[in-house]
Design a protein around this ligand. Structure first.
Ligand code: URA
Ligand code: CA
Length: 449
């Protein structure tokens, strides 16, 4: 077999065999196939796509390119939840303790921020002392004793994804359904959970901007999970605006704690409850979504889930006192309001740009080597559809390096459109994909009234 023939075949739009895919992935990881050939294949996949069998074969070849995690020592159905990436999307810090408080073990390997999106590991590391680099023994022991653990993905897991992702990032081949689906699912399969709930984001702050593509991505990922023998489902959710109010690492940790204290309502709380309930159903801990929703709400309202988060923080070396004393979290030197320049209604939010503005003041990385500043970010005071007067505060920026503020606030202001007329809002959850198929929810909801 020759790499060049495989590239040519895909360039002609033909389907690759399992043997060809395995040959290519193995060769790329062991160094016998160079970057330029892998880049050419990635571009051919981007342009011509893959059928669902090829996507499964690619995912399994990637999942088996390194070590895999065996969670079988832990009793029960282990559940994981994964977001395809968003802005102000702090659901993991809420759903993991919620599900664990309901008795379902959560063994989550999480990532760092990617591009304009935030990552759970960066957020957790803003808690003083918190360790995300657990050994496999520590990870398993944590889930056994506390009921949950959130750790960074160990380096020997799915080397093929790490290598392919670096190429994709610089060859314009990120936003491809087969490549995103195989990238995410290879890591989910290798990290060993029995049940997986996927939160597929759609809209201006997501990798998939169109609803249709988001359903296709969700469907591809669910098919992979089913063929790999996992219990899996996906929820398609809105990312046309940040989910929570906070964007930035320590700010998001604080907001997650406020939700778990039952002090903050709104879409972040609503979606976290909904996802946690699907975690219980997917793990077969509840027979119906209704039963699961009640259980999860109970865990939130009684403070059980907050206690679980505290247990996890303590178990992973962090200072549990942060739950009651936010001054233990890093905080920025300057808090600068950004104000509306006209009156009207918030009609659109370019969520990519909101994420970018937070990244620019140091909450995310522009290059792989960049250090992030856990303290910085922004808090939004307005959401889509809100009425504003000229001079109303749209957001507060938490800034350490004032030199970076001008550009960031300029991009933020470009992201927020204010119009005279109210526009329609779509629902937070747009549909579900399960092994039984696709279910799309009611189209557009009128926000008036
Ligand atoms: N997240 C991933 O892990 N991989 C992708 O390709 C996109 C988002
Ligand atoms: Ca993420």
């Amino acid at each position: 077999m020759r790499a060049v023939d495989i590239i040519t075949k895909k360039r002609h739009g033909e389907a690759l065999t399992k043997e060809e895919i395995n040959f290519f992935i193995e060769g790329f990881v062991n160094g016998s196939i160079p970057d330029y050939q892998a880049s050419a294949l990635l571009m051919a996949i981007c342009c011509n796509g893959m059928d669902s069998w090829e996507i499964v074969d690619l995912t399994l070849a990637m999942a088996n390119s390194g070590k895999t995690v065996d969670l079988s020592p832990i009793k029960g159905v282990k559940v994981d939840k994964h977001s395809t990436g968003g802005v102000g999307d702090t659901t993991t810090l809420i759903t993991a303790p919620l599900a664990a408080a309901c008795g379902v073990p959560v063994a989550k390997m999480a990532g760092r921020g990617l591009g304009h999106t935030g990552g759970t590991i960066d957020k957790l590391e803003s808690i003083p002392g918190f360790r995300t680099d657990l050994s496999m023994e520590e990870f398993i022991q944590s889930v056994e004793t506390v009921g949950l653990a959130v750790a960074g993905q160990s380096k020997d897991l799915v080397p093929a994804d790490k290598m392919l992702y670096e190429l994709r990032d610089v060859t314009g081949t990120v936003d491809s359904i087969p490549l995103i689906a195989s990238s995410i699912m290879s890591k989910k399969i290798a990290s060993g959970s029995d049940a997986i709930v996927l939160d597929v984001k759609t809209g201006s702050g997501a990798f998939m901007q169109s609803v249709n593509d988001s359903f296709l991505l969700a469907d591809a990922m669910v098919k992979i999970g089913v063929r790999a023998g996992r219990k899996v489902m996906a929820v398609i959710t809105d990312m046309d605006q940040p989910l929570g109010t906070a964007v930035g690492n320590a700010l998001e940790v604080r907001e997650a704690i406020e939700v778990l204290k039952n002090k903050q309502h709104g879409p972040l709380r609503d979606l976290s409850i909904y996802l946690a309930a699907h975690m219980l159903v997917t793990a077969e801990a509840c027979g119906s979504l209704e039963e699961a929703l009640n259980k999860v709400k109970d865990a939130l309202e009684t403070g059980e889930a907050l206690k679980k988060l505290g247990d996890m923080i303590e178990n992973q070396g962090g200072d549990r006192a942060v739950l009651d004393d936010y001054s233990l979290l890093p905080s920025a030197e300057h808090i600068i309001p950004v104000k509306a320049e006209r009156e009207g209604y918030i009609s659109s939010i370019d969520t990519y740009k909101v994420g970018l503005s937070s990244q620019l003041i140091g909450a995310g990385r522009s290059k792989k080597e960049d250090n992030i500043d856990a303290a910085v970010g922004l808090v939004m005071y307005k959401r889509l559809g809100d009425q504003v007067q000229k001079g109303d505060i749209l957001a507060e920026f938490h800034v350490n390096d004032l030199n970076k503020f001008d550009e960031a606030s300029k991009i933020f202001m470009e992201a927020i459109q204010i119009r005279s007329a109210r526009s329609k809002l779509r629902p937070l959850v747009l549909g579900l994909v399960t092994k039984h198929g696709i279910q799309k929810f009611g189209a557009v909801s009128d926000m008036e009234g």
